[in-house]
Ligand binder design. Structure first.
Ligand SMILES: [Fe+2]
Ligand SMILES: [Fe+2]
Length: 248
C-alpha cells in the first residue's frame, strides 16, 4: 500500500491510502487531511496499524513533530486509531474534539488530556486559517460525531459523510451523492434517525466550496447542493423505515 498526497484546496493536503481488500474489486480509501498554518492540524489519524504510512506522508509536507492539532470526526479506529502515536511524536500536539467525545472516550483513552470544543467553537491556526467545529451527533454514526469547517478555503472536512467505494481521483467535480447512496445501501453505516436531514442541511448552510471525504474523492463545487441532496436521501430512508415499522 502507498499513500498518495494531493493538495485539494489552498494549503489543505489529502493523504490517501487505498486498501484493495475492502469491498473488492473496488477497494476503499482512508484519507487524512493536513491543514497547514502556524499551527498545523491533522483531521483523522488513520488506523493505528497505518501510522507509519501516514507519518511518512506527513513528513513529506512538514516535520511530524511540528503537528499542533489532532482532530477527527468521532472515536473509531480509522478516525483516531493512532492518536497516541501522534501525541508521542509531536510534543506540542493536542487532541481537540467535541464535549461528548472527550467525556465519553478521550479523557480516558488519550495519553494527554484533550481540548474540549463547544459546538461552533473555532481554532485559529494562524496564516489566515481558522477551523470551526460543529457537533453532528449520531451523524453519520457515533454520538460524539462532529465535523470541521476550514473557513478560508471553504472546505468542509466531512468525515464519513458521502462515503463511497473505490480509488478515484483526489478531487472531482462529478457526482458524489449517487456513489454515497450506493455505499450506504451496501454498508448501512449510518445511524439512521429522523434528525439526519436537519443536521446535514445545517452543514449545507455553510455553503462549502470543497467537501473533503474521508472515504472517497474530495469534491469541488456546490457543496450546499450536494449536502442538501444527501439530506433528502436520508429523509427518504428515515421515512421509509418509519413507514415499514408502521409509525410513519
Ligand atoms: Fe466512522
Ligand atoms: Fe471513517
Amino acid at each position: 500500500m502507498e499513500t498518495r498526497i494531493d493538495e485539494i484546496a489552498d494549503g489543505i493536503y489529502r493523504l490517501s491510502t487505498c486498501v484493495p481488500d475492502i469491498a473488492p474489486p473496488a477497494g476503499f480509501t482512508f484519507n487524512q487531511f493536513l491543514v497547514l498554518g502556524d499551527e498545523p492540524l491533522l483531521f483523522h489519524t488513520g488506523p493505528r496499524r497505518m501510522f507509519p504510512l501516514v507519518r511518512d506522508a506527513v513528513a513529506r509536507l512538514l516535520p511530524p513533530e511540528r503537528l499542533r492539532w489532532i482532530t477527527f470526526g468521532h472515536y473509531e479506529a480509522d478516525e483516531c486509531g493512532s492518536m497516541n502515536e501522534w501525541l508521542a511524536v509531536a510534543p506540542q500536539a493536542e487532541i481537540a474534539h467535541g464535549q461528548t467525545g472527550c467525556l465519553v472516550s478521550l479523557n480516558d483513552m488519550a495519553d494527554r488530556a484533550p481540548r474540549i470544543l463547544a459546538d461552533g467553537e473555532t481554532i485559529d491556526l494562524g496564516g489566515g486559517r481558522r477551523v470551526r467545529y460543529l457537533d453532528t451527533p449520531h451523524i453519520p454514526h457515533g454520538w460524539d460525531a462532529g465535523v470541521l469547517y476550514e473557513e478560508a478555503s471553504g472546505t468542509l472536512l466531512c468525515g464519513d459523510l458521502f462515503t463511497q467505494l473505490g480509488d478515484g481521483p483526489a478531487l472531482t467535480e462529478g457526482d458524489i451523492v449517487g456513489p454515497a447512496i450506493a455505499a450506504e445501501d451496501m454498508f448501512g453505516y449510518s445511524s439512521l434517525n429522523p434528525g439526519m436531514g436537519t443536521t446535514i442541511r445545517r452543514l449545507a448552510g455553510l455553503a462549502p466550496r470543497r467537501l473533503a471525504l474521508m472515504h472517497g474523492p474530495s469534491y469541488a463545487g456546490d457543496g450546499a447542493a450536494a449536502l442538501t441532496a444527501l439530506a433528502d436521501d436520508y429523509d427518504r430512508r428515515a421515512g421509509a423505515a418509519l413507514a415499514e415499522a408502521g409509525i410513519g
